[in-house]
Design a binder for this molecule. Structure first.
Ligand SMILES: [Zn+2]
Ligand SMILES: [Zn+2]
Length: 159
C-alpha cells in the first residue's frame, strides 16, 4: 500500500509534468502563430493582432486566427501573380483576325476563316509586311500605295 506522502509526491510530479507540457504547448502555439502570420502578411498591425489574440486566448484564439488569417502565404501570392502575368502575356501575344476574331498566326497572309488580308509580301525580299507599313523594314523597299489596313476594311464593310 503506497503511503499518503508517496501519493502526494507522485501527484506533484504529474502536475509538474502537465504544467510543463501546458506551458510548452502554449508557447509553441504562440511561436507557430507568429511564424505563420509573418509568412502571410507584411502588415505589422495584423501581425501584432494575431500574436495578441493567441497570447490572450491561446487555443480558442488559435481557432479564431485560423478562420481569419489570410488564405495565401506571401510566397503563394507571389507565385500566383507570376502565373497571372504569364497568362496575360499569352493572351496579348495571341493574334486574332481583326474582322472575324478567328485565331491567326504571326505569318498568316490571309485569315483562314473569312479571307481578310492580314499581311502582304514585300515584292523585293518576300518577307511578310503589315498592311499599315509604307516601307519594308527588312530591305527598305518603298511600299507604294499601301493596301488599306484591316481596321479600314472593317469600316468600309459597315458603311
Ligand atoms: Zn477572319
Ligand atoms: Zn522587302
Amino acid at each position: 500500500m503506497p503511503s499518503a506522502a508517496n501519493m502526494n509526491a507522485v501527484l506533484q510530479i504529474a502536475v509538474g509534468f502537465l504544467s510543463a507540457f501546458a506551458i510548452s504547448l502554449y508557447l509553441s502555439i504562440v511561436i507557430w502563430t507568429v511564424r505563420d502570420i509573418r509568412s502571410r502578411t507584411r502588415d505589422v498591425f495584423a501581425q501584432v493582432l494575431a500574436t495578441v489574440l493567441v497570447l490572450v486566448f491561446n487555443l480558442p484564439g488559435l481557432l479564431l486566427y485560423l478562420i481569419l488569417r489570410p488564405k495565401e502565404t506571401l510566397a503563394q501570392a507571389y507565385e500566383r501573380a507570376l502565373e497571372e502575368e504569364a497568362l496575360l502575356r499569352d493572351v496579348e501575344e495571341r493574334e486574332v483576325c481583326p474582322s472575324c476574331g478567328a485565331p491567326t498566326e504571326k505569318d498568316f497572309m490571309l485569315c483562314p476563316e473569312c479571307h481578310t488580308r492580314l499581311r502582304r509580301k514585300c515584292t523585293r525580299c518576300g518577307r511578310l509586311l503589315s498592311l499599315r507599313w509604307t516601307v519594308c523594314p527588312y530591305c527598305g523597299l518603298d511600299q507604294q500605295a499601301p493596301l488599306s489596313a484591316p481596321a479600314d476594311l472593317q469600316v468600309q464593310e459597315r458603311l
